[in-house]
Design a protein around this ligand. Structure first.
Ligand code: ADP
Ligand code: ASP
Ligand code: MG
Length: 439
């Protein structure tokens, strides 16, 4: 079996829908499971609609719902060719949009919000399933809400996913094509939830790991994993092969092409992940696997925005053991992960990207000493193999960014990562300077 995930742009228009079947058909595998994102722009629109509802701005929410509905009407009229197909498509979108509209009549809580966000993937998969049906291509629509589950800690419940998915597949012994929603899931309380923005990649990886498939394919709008962010830097190049560790590091540190957590399930189950381009199906793309084949090379640079840096000055840190443990315990209590950390004798600096509990964390850290907070920071992460040529690479990196104020540097944590923290306004300049110097 293979998992094929198509992202927002790949399902972004009726014309793009038509390109999917030839891709699916060309894959040599007995069974295929297709994971779809929402049509490009839909999740952003749903986020905005939910925000209006949450603020009691019902009229604005309904206006946006109407606009989105109109775009789906055009989609339906273009996608389906038979009168019956158009009618069914219309009924389908109508049912989702009526419910969205009716939400304005009641209390709007985070439960309703997550229901709203789920509509994009529910719509795209239902429309694609119906599109295949019109073309007389057999497929089974598997509701992700029946098998994709996260725990109270927001961690996927892999044994549950595995058992539910296997049960579902055995109910359709002769089916060869399955379709399901990316991104959406249920939480520990059975409510509709999601795997965070860009989460369809994570869905594909989790399903691939659960079913131990031969390959996970991520079909997107670019010809593979590039060696720098193509939105900020020109002349970036696709990388033919990445190890799981390299890809995980780059995804975690901001390479938008993959959801930050999406490499881990595939890596744990040792399932190759292939990044492919829906618009250029001949392009080789990027293979992510357990093998590692570029010793002593810098492979790629990525950047992660919206980082907050915290510095704790404490004379008590001097010669004291147990100090860092107490600092880390504060973050643990608020379930807030730390990305980077650097220390000196009297101060420690660390970074967060989840600031939900920032004020409470600072209040507790104030007991240890003076606390300084810097917002709007970016982590720039350079991934490569730094095992042997240790001095050379650090020098190369610092030379490249010598004109940029650096807030933190992390080197030596692993043998394949150098991370820099800098004010976000210098991000593009730093990425370009590094690209120029390193590649
Ligand atoms: P999808 O909707 O298919 O999930 P995304 O927009 O989430 O697609 O991811 C693909 C986009 O990620 C590319 O169009 C590109 O602009 C951006 N991107 C950022 N960093 C990289 C990188 N290192 N390599 C490739 N694409 C990248
Ligand atoms: N539709 C969701 C988003 O836009 C999930 C995804 O596309 O992967 O974030
Ligand atoms: Mg994505």
């Amino acid at each position: 079996m293979k998992v094929l995930k198509f992202g927002g742009t790949s399902v972004g228009s009726p014309e793009r829908f038509e390109k999917l079947w030839p891709i699916i058909q060309s894959q040599k595998s007995d069974r295929k499971l297709v994971v779809l994102s929402a049509v490009a722009g839909t999740t952003n629109a749903l986020v905005a609609i939910a925000a209006h509802y949450a603020q009691g701005e019902v009229a604005q929410a309904r206006q946006m719902i109407q606009q989105l509905f109109q775009s789906y009407q055009v989609f339906v009229y273009t996608l389906f060719v038979t009168t019956e197909g158009i009618e069914k498509g219309h009924t389908l979108i109508q049912s989702h949009f009526t419910l969205l509209d009716e939400l304005g009549n009641d209390l709007f809580t985070s439960v309703e919000e997550r229901w709203v966000l789920a509509q994009g993937e529910l719509l795209s998969t239902a429309l694609f399933h119906q599109y295949l049906t019109e073309k007389r291509i057999a497929s089974v629509l598997l509701p992700a809400l029946d098998f994709m589950r996260i725990s109270e800690d927001q961690e996927p419940d892999l044994p549950y996913i595995q058992q539910q998915l296997n049960d579902k597949l055995t109910q359709f012994p002769t089916a060869t094509l399955f379709i399901t929603q990316g991104y959406i899931c249920r939480n520990a309380f059975g409510e509709i939830d999601n795997l965070r923005r860009g989460g369809s990649d994570y869905t594909a990886s989790l399903i691939g790991a659960a079913l131990k498939v031969e390959e996970i394919q991520i079909w997107t709008d670019i010809d593979g994993f590039h060696n720098n962010d193509p939105r900020c830097v020109s002349n970036t190049k696709p990388i033919a092969h990445l190890s799981f560790d390299e890809a995980a590091e780059l995804a975690y540190f901001g390479a938008k092409i993959l959801h930050p957590q999406s490499v881990f399930p595939a890596q744990k189950a040792n399932i190759p992940v292939r990044l492919l381009d829906t618009l250029d199906i001949q392009a080789p793309g990027t293979l992510i696997s357990s093998t590692f084949d570029h010793p002593d090379e810098i492979v790629a640079v990525a950047a992660k925005d919206n980082i907050t840096a915290i510095r704790i000055h404490s004379s008590r840190m001097l010669l004291a053991y147990g100090f860092l443990r107490r600092v880390f315990e504060v973050f643990e209590r608020y379930k807030t992960p730390i990305d980077m950390i650097t220390t000196s004798e009297v101060a420690v600096s660390l970074t967060l990207d989840d600031c939900t509990h920032l004020q409470a964390i600072i209040a507790e850290l104030n007991h240890f000493g003076k606390v300084e907070v810097d917002e709007d920071q970016t982590i720039v992460c350079i991934v490569g193999d730094f095992k042997r040529n240790k001095n050379g690479y650090a020098t190369l990196v610092s030379e490249a960014v010598k004109h940029i104020p650096i807030r933190m540097i992390s080197y030596g944590g692993s043998e394949h990562n150098i991370s820099l923290l800098l004010p976000s306004k210098y991000k593009i300049e730093a990425l370009r300077a590094l690209h120029h110097r390193l590649f």
